[in-house]
Design a protein around this ligand. Sequence first.
Ligand code: AHR
Length: 340
Amino acid sequence: MKKYLAWCFTVLLAILCLGGCGREEEEIQSKKLHRADAPVYDEKYITVGFIQTGKESDWRDANTNDYLNTFTEDKGYKLVYIDGNSDSGRQVKAAYDLIYQNVDYIIIDPIVEDGWEDVLEFAKQKEIPVIIADRGVSADQSLYKCWIGSDFKTEGVKAAKWLQDYLEENGRKDEDINIVVLEGTEGASAAIGRTEGLLSEIAKHKNWHVLASRNANFTQGEGRDVMEHILWQYKDIDVVISENDNMMFGAMKAMEQAGIEYGAGGGIITISFDALGEAFHMMEEGKLMVSVECNPLIAGIAEKVIKDLEKGREVGKVQYVKESVFTYKNAAQHIGNRKY
Ligand code: AHR
C-alpha cells in the first residue's frame, strides 16, 4: 500500500510539474514571439505609443487629431496609434504589446479606471515611462509618470451651479425641478467625476429631484435610445443633463421625435459637457443652453512632459487642462475663436 501511495504521489508531482513547466514555457515562447515580431523603431525618433479609447464622440476625434498633429516625424517622433475600440481589455493588451515593442513612452487614455495595475507594474519594471491622459486610473500613482486631463468633478459642479443661477434668474428657485441625467461609460473617470459633482450639488436642493440617471456610453446613438425610454417613462421632465454633447444631440432627436420642446425658447432645460464645434452651433440656435467645456487639447502638454523627461527633469504628477463654461447667451461671441 505504502509503495502504491508513493507511486501515486510521484505521478501527481510529475503531472503538476509538467503542467506548470508547460505554462511557463508557453509564456516564455509567447514573450519571445512578441519580441521577434516587434518592429524595430528607428533610433533617430522618439517612439510614442498612444492608446486611445475609441471613436465614441466628437471630443474623442478632436483629441486623436491633437495627438496626430503634435507627435509628428518632422518634430522627431514616431507615433504608434492604437484604437482601443471601446474595449478596455483590448487597451490593456495593447499596452503589453507596446512594452514588448520597447517603445520609448506610452500614453494611455483609459476607457475605465480599473484593471491597469499589472500592466503598469510591468511597464515600470521595463523602465518604459507611462503618461495617463484624459480619464484617470485607479492604480497607484507611483506606477506612472503623470496624469494630464480635466477636473471632471468640478465640471459637474459647474453644470449644477449654472442650473441654480438660471433657475434663480428666471424666478423658478423654489419650484420642484425634475432632472434626468444621461451618464457616460460606467467606470470611466469622466462619468464618475461628473456624476459625483452633479449629485453633490443636486443634494443641496431639496426641490431638485433626479427622476432617472442612466448610462448612454458617451455616444449619440445611445443618447437617443436611452432618452426615448426615459420619455416613455416620465412625462414631467424639467432638465436633461447629458455627460457629453453627443449624448445630448441624440437626446434632442428623441425629444423632437416625441414632439417635446426643449432649449432656451422654453421647455426642457438642456445642459451638457465638452463644448465642441457642433455644441456651439446648437447653443447659438438656443437648442443647447449650456456646455461645460472639456478641453481635448492634451497632446501638447504630454509632449512637454516627454521633453522634460528626456532632459531628466521631474514632472508634475497631476496636470489639469484649462476649461470654461459656455452658454446660449455667449456662444456667438466665442464661436469664431474656437480651436475645436
Ligand atoms: O473623457 C472625456 C470624455 O470622453 C468626453 O467628455 C466625451 O465626449 C468623451 O467621449
